[in-house]
Design a protein around this ligand. Structure first.
Ligand code: NAD
Length: 295
C-alpha cells in the first residue's frame, strides 16, 4: 500500500480519494474547501495546511482539479510542487486539461526526475463513487505500469493511450462526443414530448433501438425518467455545464491547431455556451434538456 497525497476533492476527487482509503492506502488530502477536506478526514484521511506540507513524504501525488490553470498553479513555478517533491515521486494528474498543458507539466517534471502521467477519467460521479472509472493515460510505459495498481483502486478500465498528452487528447475526443450525444438525446426527447409521448416510454424504445446510447442507459436528461440521474434532482451535482464548456473549448482549440473540422462539436459548444450564459453554469450538463424545453 502506498502513501498518497490527493489534491482536489470536488465532485470527482472526493469519492476517488475515498476509494483509495477503502483500498488501504495511506491518504493525505488537500483542497481549498475546508468542508471537502473534513469529509475525507472523517473517512480516515490525514490533511495539512498547504498542498506543499500535504505532499511531504508522499510516494505518489494525485491531482483532480478543475482546469489547466489550476494544475499549473499547483505544480509549476517557484511555489509549485515540482520544486519541492523528492526525485522519483510518482505524479498522476487526472484533471481534464489541454494536451499541451499536460506535456508542459510532464517536461518540467522530467527535469526534476519526477515521473508524470496525464490520467483523465470518464464515468462521471457515479463511476467515481463506485470505483469503476475509466482512466485514459498518457506517458511513458514504466510510469504507466507504476501508476496502474493505484488507479485500479478507483477504476475498472485503465488505458494507456500513448505518450504524454495522449490521455488528454482521447478524453477531449470522448467529451466532445458526449456533448453531441447528450444534446441529440435531449432534442429527440423534447420532440417526442411535443407530440404527447411519455419521455420514459420514448427513452425505453430508443434504448432498444438504433438510437440507444450512454445518456439513455445511465444518465437520462429528462426529469423523473431515471432515479439517481442528476435530472431527477434538479440537475444538482454531477458534471457541471461550466466544465463541459471548458472541455468543448479544449476540443475547439485543438481542432484549430490541427486544422481538423468539427462541425458537430462546434454546434454542441455553442449550445452549451448559450445554456451556460442563461445562468446554468453550475448545473449538471444534462440540464441542456432545459434549453430544448424552452425553460
Ligand atoms: P469540482 O469543481 O467539483 O472540484 C474541483 C475541486 O478542486 C474543488 O473542490 C476545488 O476547491 C478544488 N481546487 C481548485 N483549485 C485548487 C487548488 N489550487 N488547490 C486545491 N484544491 C483546489 O470538479 P470535478 O467535477 O471534481 O472535476 C474535476 C476535473 O475532472 C475537471 O477537470 C473535470 O473536467 C474532470 N471530470 C469531471 C467529471 C464529472 O462528472 N464531474 C467527469 C470526468 C472528468
Amino acid at each position: 500500500m502506498a502513501k498518497i497525497t490527493f489534491i482536489g476533492l470536488g465532485n470527482m476527487g472526493g469519492p476517488m480519494a475515498s476509494n483509495l482509503i477503502k483500498a488501504g492506502h495511506e491518504v493525505t488530502v488537500f483542497d481549498l474547501s475546508k468542508a471537502a477536506v473534513e469529509a475525507l478526514v472523517a473517512e480516515g484521511a490525514k490533511t495539512s495546511d498547504t498542498a506543499h506540507s500535504a505532499a511531504d513524504g508522499a510516494e505518489c501525488v494525485i491531482t483532480m482539479l478543475p482546469a489547466g490553470q489550476h494544475v499549473e498553479a499547483v505544480y509549476l513555478g517557484d511555489d509549485g510542487l515540482l520544486a519541492r517533491l523528492p526525485a522519483d515521486t510518482l505524479i498522476i494528474d487526472s484533471s481534464t486539461i489541454a494536451p499541451e498543458t499536460a506535456r508542459g507539466v510532464a517536461e518540467a517534471a522530467k527535469e526534476k526526475n519526477l515521473p508524470f502521467i496525464d490520467a483523465p477519467v470518464s464515468g462521471g460521479v457515479g463511476g467515481a463513487k463506485a470505483g469503476t472509472l475509466t482512466f485514459i493515460c498518457g506517458g511513458e510505459e514504466d510510469t504507466f505500469n507504476r501508476a496502474k495498481p493505484i488507479l485500479e483502486a478507483m477504476g475498472k478500465n485503465i488505458f494507456h493511450a500513448g505518450p504524454h498528452g495522449a490521455g488528454q487528447v482521447a478524453k477531449i475526443c470522448n467529451n466532445m462526443l458526449l456533448a453531441i450525444l447528450m444534446s441529440g438525446t435531449s432534442e429527440a426527447l423534447a420532440l417526442g414530448a411535443k407530440n404527447g409521448l411519455d419521455p420514459a416510454v420514448l427513452s425505453e424504445i430508443m434504448k432498444q433501438s438504433s438510437g440507444g446510447n450512454w445518456a439513455l442507459n445511465v444518465y437520462n436528461p429528462w426529469p423523473g425518467v431515471m432515479e439517481g440521474a442528476p435530472a431527477s434532482r434538479d440537475y444538482q451535482g454531477g458534471f457541471l455545464v461550466k466544465l463541459m464548456t471548458k472541455d468543448l473549448g479544449l476540443a475547439f482549440d485543438n481542432a484549430v491547431k490541427n486544422q481538423a473540422s468539427i462541425p458537430m462539436g462546434s454546434l454542441a459548444r455553442n449550445l452549451f455556451q448559450l445554456h451556460a450564459g442563461q445562468g446554468n453554469e453550475d448545473l449538471d450538463f444534462s440540464s441542456i434538456q432545459r434549453l430544448y424545453r424552452g425553460e
